[in-house]
Design a protein around this ligand. Structure first.
Ligand SMILES: [Zn+2]
Ligand SMILES: [Zn+2]
Length: 158
């Protein structure tokens, strides 16, 4: 079985490397998803991006940030938000879903509990990636974003 520590109570706080930019999610995340697409590999510098899906209304930040607007092959646009000083990418603001924010889990102050409940673009994953046996594994783009939320709700039903 996969070790899945309980989701700690909110707020979920985090920030960049230099400390100039800080953020807080004052609600329980809606999903914890790993994306293995090539864009996420480039954006993270790692082989996948582990992200929290959160409600934008519960999200706030302080500090100077810069936004890079990326257009995906699907035509959907997303703003990638970085610290203006150290350049660390902390979260994404999808233009197609203005009520959501995608937080890069590695920028949380407490990453100890973050285990993927779902994987997308899994067919593009690097060979060393481990898929938890209870996680939802989608070969490409999920048909519905709600699939990721349902996978998370199923695994963290406490
Ligand atoms: Zn910084
Ligand atoms: Zn991706």
């Amino acid at each position: 079985m996969v070790a899945r520590p309980p989701v700690p109570p909110p707020p979920h706080k985090g920030g960049c490397l230099c400390g100039a930019a800080r953020f807080s999610l004052s609600a329980r995340p809606l999903a914890v998803n790993a994306c293995h697409c090539n864009a996420c590999k480039k954006l993270t510098g790692a082989t996948n991006l582990l992200m929290l899906l959160g409600e934008r209304a519960a999200f706030s930040f302080t500090g100077d940030v810069e936004r890079y607007r990326r257009r995906a092959d699907s035509g959907r646009e997303i703003d990638v938000v970085r610290c203006a000083n150290c350049g660390v990418r902390m979260w994404h603001e999808p233009l197609s879903a203005p009520d959501l924010v995608f937080i890069a889990a590695g920028t949380l102050d407490d990453t100890s509990w973050a285990v993927p409940a779902s994987h997308i673009w899994a067919a593009n994953a690097s060979a060393g990636v481990v898929f938890q046996d209870d996680a939802l594994v989608v070969p490409g783009q999920p048909a519905r974003r709600e699939d990721l939320m349902e996978a998370f709700a199923r695994l963290y039903a406490n």
